[in-house]
Ligand binder design. Structure first.
Ligand code: PRP
Ligand code: URA
Length: 208
């Protein structure tokens, strides 16, 4: 079973509080998602393998380490886009693919409408990004879509998850590690996370 990790660093909890607040405007919301994604990038890469190198300091030769893994980021559009720049601040060499997916408001089933990946994607370990993990339908479909194209998704990074979504991803993709900033109580009758933050895409882009 993949790992389930709640990244509850005090600074993450602080920023998550303002992210949830319904009085936080679009500009602030976008900045908070960006900052949270940077902090999540730090947590998500804690286990990244290193390669030893030697460097020459002004005084002597020293042993050093460089990240020995090629990474790719795959945001689920739209809301996942809000996490890309924040992640790239710490992972500037990562390439970025995009999966367009929306949740049908009636059936809550994911509908894929766009798919684009970097040319060397099969050589990269992929981190899937979406601020919200509700039923898990969108994340599961995105991960399945990547696997069907011989890609290697290994991690799913969300800001808020419902227990229902975590369970669904763990059952469908037990090889995936899930990282969240908060695990909330449950889903309501419309598939929204409670207490959640409302609709992440609408709050990021000022729609609706
Ligand atoms: C939201 C969110 C996830 C999905 C989560 O996207 O960003 O992709 O819902 O729900 P699920 O776990 O039940 O699938 P939405 O469909 O609202 O599209 P958007 O990002 O374009 O706003
Ligand atoms: N998508 C969102 O943006 N918010 C939720 O609470 C559930 C799905």
């Amino acid at each position: 079973m993949g790992r389930f990790i709640v990244c509850d660093h005090p600074l993450i909890q602080h920023k998550m509080t303002f992210l949830r607040d319904k009085n936080t405007d679009t500009k602030q919301f976008r900045e908070l998602v960006d900052e949270l994604a940077t902090m999540m990038a730090y947590e998500v890469t804690k286990d990244i393998p290193l390669e030893k190198i030697r460097v020459q300091t002004p005084v002597a030769e020293a042993e050093g380490f460089v990240v020995g893994r090629m990474l790719g980021l795959v945001p689920i559009l739209r809301a996942g886009l809000g996490m890309v720049d924040g992640m790239l601040k710490l992972l500037p060499s990562a390439k970025v693919g995009h999966i367009g997916m929306y949740r049908d408001p009636e059936t809550l089933q994911p509908v894929e409408y766009y798919f684009s990946l970097p040319s060397d994607v099969t050589e990269r370990e992929l981190i899937v990004l979406d601020p919200m993990l509700a039923t898990g339908g969108s994340a599961n479909a995105a991960i399945a879509s990547l696997k069907a194209r011989s890609c290697r998704p290994t991690k799913l990074v969300c800001l808020i998850a419902a227990p229902e979504g975590v369970k669904a991803v763990q059952e469908a993709h037990p090889d995936i590690d899930i990282y969240v900033a908060a695990l909330d109580r449950h889903l309501n009758g419309h598939g929204y996370i409670v207490p959640g933050l409302g609709d992440a895409g609408d709050r990021l882009y000022g729609t609706k």
